[in-house]
Design a protein around this ligand. Structure first.
Ligand SMILES: [Ca+2]
Ligand SMILES: [Ca+2]
Ligand SMILES: [Ca+2]
Ligand SMILES: [Ca+2]
Length: 480
């Protein structure tokens, strides 16, 4: 006789439900007993861990597996197994295997509904749940009525457009859900189509631009068994409230799209009532897209005092529409007159300035959707240099050396100057230089008091300025 005390540690027990087909039982499996006088196994079950256990096999079990069936979902099952030898001796119990049977999910296809023809109907299965896990998959199947196309058959919430029918009609849908143990549940919902309700038709969705007039046309609304007797348009979404022109209680109304930059959607609801005072509703979206215009101005640069400068914004553009206006404004520097501030290309006259400062202009452009763009341009104004002459002796005697010094001449921008000395009156003298900052000459012999005149012209390379000086020469030798 062999007393089989304890099963091998390799005992294997598996839950049948884990194979995805069953939540009402468990499939047990364990290691074979290989002793020569082995006869059969017994399987015991308890609802609480550790027992007390009750035997669940009616007949001796000759193989090392057992299917326990007919249980309730959610039950806690604690199993042990024993071996019995040919003499009827029973071993001690094996290790305990504890299993919680899967609870199936609960499908909820939502309440039955009545909808009017051509209106969207919503199938809402989002109340489905799984008490001990998650709903991991959803499937909608139509089971009755004229076939419709679901927006999605695998989303928990989906929609379809109620078809046109001649008489009241019921569509039925089955909702199937799966839990994470691949156990399924189903529910059905009925959608009735009412042929007495009026059918609101707010027209197809539209696209428009800022500033444009949009017509909302509900004249396609109809009543299957009577006539439409009242209309009402309501705005239900949009970045700002619009004025529905004329009247919002007519089949056709309109509004002017506010200016917008970027993308915006306005949504309107059309309510209609029939001669039985039954109501129908439809919505329409008006999508507004307006990319802002891009202001571009030709580069500024340096401009000479008194000259005409050009402001050129003709390179501005609108990526998705047309430019509707230009405005030039001066933003820095002494005020200048802009020839025509609303033209893409215009001019101004560079002013004289006591101290150099940049002239800046801002161009604002706007598009057909009244969206704006700006660009700036700056000019520096080159001022005239100033010629200045210092004379060493404005009243020399003849033969005296006289120097003419133009080095005090200056340019407001500090540009390097070029010089030009000329004699403009009196008997000619030989100037030591004509293109240096300074020059000298020897006072000529004169029979009487004689006046010489010299002119210095300085240039900054763009603009020039002249100064003159008189030198009066007296007869007779200088004193020294
Ligand atoms: Ca479950
Ligand atoms: Ca009706
Ligand atoms: Ca635009
Ligand atoms: Ca200058």
């Amino acid at each position: 006789m062999t007393f089989w005390h304890r099963l091998a540690l390799g005992l294997v027990i598996a839950l049948m439900a884990a194979r995805g087909v069953w939540s009402a039982g468990a499939a047990l499996d364990w290691a074979d007993n290989t002793e020569s006088d082995f006869d059969h196994y017994n399987v015991y079950r308890s609802a609480v861990p550790g027992g007390p256990y009750a035997r669940i096999n009616a007949a001796p079990i000759r193989v090392s597996e057992y299917d326990d069936v007919g249980l309730d979902p959610g039950d806690l099952c604690c199993y042990v197994v024993t071996a019995v030898d040919k003499s009827g001796n029973e071993s001690g119990v094996s290790n305990e295997v504890v299993i919680r049977l899967n609870r199936p999910p609960v499908a909820d296809a939502g309440p039955d509904q009545i909808v009017s023809m051509r209106r969207p109907a919503i199938l809402d299965g989002s109340a489905s749940y799984d008490a001990d896990g998650d709903v991991v998959a959803t499937l909608w199947l139509q089971s009755a009525g004229p076939e419709v196309e679901l927006d999605s058959s695998i989303s928990s919430v989906t929609t379809f457009i109620a078809p046109m029918v001649d008489q009241p009609t019921t569509l039925a849908f089955e909702l199937i859900v799966w839990d994470d143990q691949m156990t399924t549940a189903s529910d059905t919902v009925e959608i009735g189509i009412d042929t007495a309700l009026p059918i609101a038709n707010a027209g197809p969705d539209q696209q428009a631009r800022g500033g444009q007039q949009v017509v909302l046309d509900g004249s396609g609304s109809m009543d299957p068994n009577g006539e439409i007797s009242a209309w009402l348009w309501l705005q239900i979404a949009g970045p700002e409230e619009v004025n529905l022109s004329v009247s919002s209680i007519n089949p056709v109304t309109s509004f002017t799209v506010p200016s917008t930059s970027g993308f915006a959607v306005y949504t309107f609801e059309l309510h209609v009532w029939d001669n039985d005072n039954l109501e129908g509703v439809d919505t329409v979206n008006v999508a507004i897209n307006n990319d802002p215009p891009q202001a571009r101005v030709a580069p500024g640069g340096e401009i000479d005092e008194g000259r005409t400068g050009t402001l050129d914004g003709s390179g501005s553009s609108d990526p998705d529409g047309t430019l509707a206006g230009y405005l030039w404004m001066q933003t820095s520097g002494p005020d200048v007159v802009i020839d025509n501030a609303v033209e893409p290309v215009t001019t101004f006259v560079a002013p004289h300035m006591d101290t150099p400062e940049p002239l800046s202009f801002l161009l604002v452009v706007w598009d057909d959707g009244l969206s704006t763009g700006t660009a700036e341009v700056s000019f520096t104004v080159n001022q005239k240099p100033r010629a200045q002459i210092l004379v060493s002796d404005a009243r020399p005697n003849e033969t005296k050396m006289v120097s003419l010094d133009g080095s005090r001449s200056s340019d407001p921008e500090g540009r390097p100057l070029t010089y030009l000395w000329e004699q403009t009156a009196g008997p000619a003298v030989a100037l030591s230089a004509t293109s240096s900052a300074s020059a000298t000459f020897v006072a000529p012999r004169v029979p009487r008091v004689t006046t010489l005149e010299f002119r210095l012209t300085v240039s900054d390379g763009r603009l020039s300025h002249s100064a003159t000086v008189n030198v009066t020469v007296f007869p007779g030798r200088p004193n020294e």
